[in-house]
Design a binder for this molecule. Sequence first.
Ligand code: XIL
Length: 935
Amino acid sequence: MADDVEVISAVDFDDGTIGAWQPSGTQSFDYVPDDDGGLALAVVDRSADYVGIQSPAGLFDGYAAGDVLTFSMQVRLAPGTPASQARFVMKPEYTWIGNTAVTADAWTTVTGTYTVPDGATGRQAYLGTGNGTATYTYYVDDLTVTAPVSGTPGENASTLDPLSDTVDFPLGVAIDQRETVGAAADVLTRHFDQITAENHMKPDAWYAADHTFTPSAQATTLMNFAAANDLRVYGHVLVWHSQTPDWFFQRDDGTPLTSSEADKEILRERMRTHIFSIAEYLSGTWGSFGSDTNPLVAWDVVNEVVDDGSATADGLRRSPWYQVLGAEYIDLAFTYADEAFNDVYADPSTDRPVSLFINDYNTESGGKQDRYFALVSSLIERGIPVDGVGHQMHLNLGVPISQLDATLDRFAALPVVQAVTELDVPTGTPVTQPGLIEQGYYYRDAFRVFREHSADLYSVTVWGLTDGRSWRDDSGAPLLFDDALQAKYAFWGAADGELPATPESADSFQADVALDADVAGDLAWRQLPTIAVGDTARFQTRWTADHLTVYVDVDDASVDAGDAVALSVGDAELVVPRSGGDGSVPAVVTPRDGGYTVVLQAPLTGAVAGDVVDLDVRVTDGGDVVGWNREGTLGALTLVGPLGYLEVAETAQEPVIDAVVDPQWAQADVVPTDLQIEGTGGASAQVRTLWREDTLYVLMDVTDPVIDSTGSNPWTRDSVEIYVDAGNSKAGAYTALDSQIRIGADGAVTFGTGDAAAQAARLTSAVATTGTGYVVEAAISLAGTGGAGTFHGLDFQVNDASGGERTGIRNWANPTGLGYQFTSQWGVGQLVETPPVVVPDPSLTLSTDRVRIAGSVRVDLADFTPGQRVTVRTTWAPAPWLTLVTARTTVVVGAEGTASTTVRGLPLLLLGPYEISAVVDGAKVASAPLVVSLR
Ligand code: XIL
């Protein structure tokens, strides 16, 4: 196969221009000498990620979903510039392609692939650079964008290397006369060495309406085509219940045959005559079987004789043949066929030249396979001349490849050959580009199994040449070639050629997780959602400069010697057996109920944020292997900075959302907005978080002495942003539970990506100016995902504005400045349960026990729960229910468990004994007496 690539765009800047590319951002260009006597582009004083150049509009519009484009360029920084990163960024999703560390010391190749997604055209790629808004100059050279030609559909199949050359068994295709002429015939004869008549050698194809034996012209055409083109003919089918004339099962007067001995004899004779007529005709026209001139080599003697259910003891279909003859019709069919094709009409110099097959569908699945196996075994035991077992293999993408392997393995134990007789694998509908690629991998893996079983395989036949001609086209493009006779991914897969890589990708946060005995329970593995490895395992990673730590959790209740977790990290392979192994790989294996957990470390060298590590994680359960990626493909693990993490304290009493700092905020930890994303210095915030039940509370105390709310965009006005990924799915793109909440210093609330009304329904907020800036208080519903121990994606941002422009952005957790597009690098908060405060004896003390008319008393509460709301009630002791002489005031208990208030203007109405009490949730928890006297 050719390894050609199609160049979509190439710019070498040698002519002192940016070619067809366009400027991006506010830029200034210069050209500097490159290393090979030409020029390179200098992007002078870039001051944002996107400053530089971008691809011409529409450049990628001709590419379909699933096409894989390769981007490449050389990048170097101007002398003295601190290290940074360079990448391609594809709009509108802002997908990073090939993000790579770059320096002033040398040219670095920045390269990566981009799989065209489903959906809109109009994509545009720009050159992205790191270090936020820092001003520096970078050089670019030798920019190319290519698409592979090899392994992609679109090539005319009549010029490709023959598929039959890639296998050691004959390769067949089911056709009718339409495929014997023109371009279809060219493709057929190039790639196949055997044909089956899709319909025209079935029982009903041999008879005229008056029941006379009249071979169809199509059968003749196919035999002639095969003889002329040195193709074998696999006959299909002598005895079947379908596509068989009704009169086969009737007496001459049209009444149905019964199982009487006389009727049985009629049907035996009819079967024999049918088989002998065909043999006589085919040998009469093309020479005896086994002679050089006769291309026929095999027959499906009986088809679909096994029952689909397990209702019958003998497992046989109750077909009209069976109803008259019982199980003996199968024996008879083989006996007659052997006599006709391998004896009476055979070339005497050959030995049984025509192989006799039994054929059926769903033979790769459970019960049907058992019944089929039992039947074939019994035929063989009884000496019935059966040479081969046919597996139709009308498959779909959901049938595990391992089942095909197991099927061929099982029948290999019998003294028969096997054939795959009617292979097709629809994608399902609608037919999509990813589905066609998936189909390519399915054909690849199926043919790999067939190649492994070459020694047992008589032939493999695909049930049709082009999709539009398939009986299953309604289920989605089942074959190797499209209707324009172009090779599909399915073809390249069957040929074991290249298919578009569809690697998985993930981020790895920076952290050193110590490999101690309880590492399986480390908080790190709960902070983020795990990544699935098949249905039975999941993993997570952390990295440092010199190693990658990988946590793999496996469901596997039965301990087998072969159980193991394996990693591919670049070229290195690391295997940790469930037993723990010999210690050559640093690892801790921890058994758990129903499975086990492995935490292992792989060496890295000088890893830095922005590096991409090629990784696959595979889990072996006995003989079955599941991987994160397809076999032979490595995923892309992008190393990113440390994960922002905080614990959110529980509050006993929800804060009132009024931008007044209630005492319970004193319990909350504080995080800063120290990541400068844009600008220098400027506004920043101290951020506190609390939770209660399903609500998250956020208090942002912003230092911003000069408030500017004049900008035309909400984000170019002084404001804060609160990012919440309720439930911590870290899905990347926004989901319904991801929210970007923007609250202006002026109180205006706006939202980013997603349904604004739904986000607004989850939010209550208040803003107040302070001496040093403003304070924002917010209550955000966690939409049912909250509660003690839960994790949520979180970030906090401060936008600083002046003169209507944004001059600064500072964040708590996400260093990329792309939090408004992607949730993946937001930080994480865990809602922790506040340890129950032991309040042995809440107390209430009065500054005096006796006051005169118009006097006041100070009330001190101590040993209460911080944040609790306490009602201080003053009642007249003789009639505490008398509301006229009752006063109440509410205080909130501070962090120390104390609160104070003063009761003034006593008596309220009557002189005499009073009681002052502290009431929490309607219950009096402490009290003290007070006497109000005249003098
Ligand atoms: C199908 C043909 O592909 C169709 O064109 C026809 O209409 C019906 O039969 N199992 C078999 C084949 O053994 O003969 C069937 O072929 C598909 C199922």
